[in-house]
Ligand binder design. Structure first.
Ligand SMILES: CC(=O)N[C@H]1[C@@H](OP(=O)(O)OP(=O)(O)OC[C@H]2O[C@@H](n3ccc(=O)[nH]c3=O)[C@H](O)[C@@H]2O)O[C@H](CO)[C@H](O)[C@@H]1O
Ligand SMILES: [Mn+2]
Length: 368
């Protein structure tokens, strides 16, 4: 028997075979992964998300399929030289407000972002934004102010499609509203409902349907808001993220016991007393088109299920939205009440800006 020779730094026969097998196995595993990826067996990372929802259109960012492009084709972003104050690790710019959620979603407050950096990042991506708003029946009266103030403050300098859902297009086109360059007013005629609760809830279905029909090929992000509003300060790309929600101005300092979540377990919107992160407003959410599709589709189905069971959540679409943000998809960005404040609420020490104001209205009159 020949004693095995151990040469320092070299492999013996057994070790060599082991290394050979390991290398062979790893190469095979990598090859299998590449093939699976190529043919989108990982739906959540596939850029061709539309096909999963039964419709097809072009994904919005070119060259995003990193794995099928050679490194030379990858869209490389090159930011211009910018001079700005260094972020101070031990000196947060805002100390009297929560700036990040427990799942690490930023909460957007004036002072905790640098709009120049964000503009540089988003301009490189050539983002196109859709703003959806419903002006049905008497709510048409709010539209002119809404659009005029949006023109001054909403996504200034970016291409924006205003998607105006209305039951009578001829009633709103004679408003004679004009918009600036790269802005477009697009009127979408949709059915009206007798009950105001149905009008507000059906927005989920209509946004979902139009996302499929046209938004997906026209814009990258959607921002979905109420019409009884007035912009009065900057609202820009700092709000954009995969999916965002907004802290309801009436609840953000309150405890869970005060949140007006749906409390009946029979409803699809049910949230028990000891759960809930924030109370989000029904009138201000958005995100990438793909995420808004998922959100509106989910909420619409939840409403239909409840309807079939003869139950309607206490705050309609807002209750279903809160359930979605708690259990299905936590927002990746959260807008502070700067982004949704009530006309009659004055101001507060932590509010450096009041960007979008919910107008006071005679609800009984305007809804009937
Ligand atoms: C600021 C905010 O978070 N508002 C939410 C809140 O009440 P609001 O009292 O703000 O609801 P609302 O009366 O403004 O109705 C919601 C929206 O539906 C549209 N509309 C409604 C009725 C109608 O006849 N015509 C019409 O166009 C319109 O765009 C309106 O802004 O709770 C509602 C559900 O109860 C919705 O979740 C709202 O988004
Ligand atoms: Mn409203």
């Amino acid at each position: 028997m020949t004693p095995s020779r151990e040469v320092p730094g070299c492999l013996n026969g057994g070790q060599f075979r082991f290394v050979k097998k390991t290398l062979l196995f790893s190469s095979l595993a990598v090859a299998v992964l590449v093939v699976l990826r190529r043919y989108s067996y990982f739906p959540e990372t596939s850029s061709n998300w539309h096909s999963r929802y039964g419709f097809s259109c072009k994904a919005n960012s070119e060259g995003s399929d990193y794995f099928s492009s050679s490194p030379d084709n990858v869209n490389v972003i090159h930011l211009k030289r910018m001079v700005y104050p260094k972020p101070e690790t031990l000196k947060p710019p805002r100390t009297n407000v929560l700036s990040v959620s427990p799942w690490l979603a930023p909460i957007v407050w004036e002072g905790n972002f640098n709009i120049d950096i964000l503009n540089e990042l988003f301009r490189q991506e050539n983002v196109r934004i859709g703003l959806t708003v419903f002006a049905i029946k008497k709510y048409i009266r709010f539209l002119k102010t809404f659009i005029e103030t949006a023109e001054k403050f909403f996504m200034v300098g970016y291409p924006v499609n205003y998607y105006i859902f209305t039951d009578l297009v001829s009633n709103v086109t004679n408003f004679n509203m004009t918009v600036g360059p790269r802005k477009q007013l697009i009127f979408l005629e949709v059915p009206s409902y007798e009950r105001w609760q149905d009008v507000t809830m059906r927005r989920m279905q209509m946004i979902r349907d139009f996302t499929k029909q046209r938004f997906a090929s026209e814009v990258d992000y959607l921002v979905c808001v109420d019409v009884d509003m007035r912009f009065q300060d900057h609202v820009g790309v700092e709000i954009l993220s995969d999916v965002f929600g907004t802290l309801h101005p009436a609840f953000f300092v309150k405890g869970r016991d005060k949140f007006t979540f749906e409390r009946r377990p029979e409803s699809q919107a049910y949230i028990p007393e000891d759960e809930g992160d924030f109370y989000y407003a029904g009138g201000y959410f958005g995100g990438k088109v793909e995420e808004v599709y998922k959100l509106t589709n989910h909420c619409h189905h939840a409403m239909l299920t409840d309807k079939a069971n003869n139950i309607e959540a206490i705050w309609h679409d807002e209750s279903y939205l809160n359930n979605y943000f708690l259990y299905y998809k936590k927002p990746t960005k959260i807008l502070s009440p700067e982004y949704l404040w009530n006309e009659r609420d004055g101001t507060a020490f932590y509010l450096r800006k009041r960007r979008l104001i919910s107008l006071h209205k005679n609800a009984d009159e305007v809804r009937n």
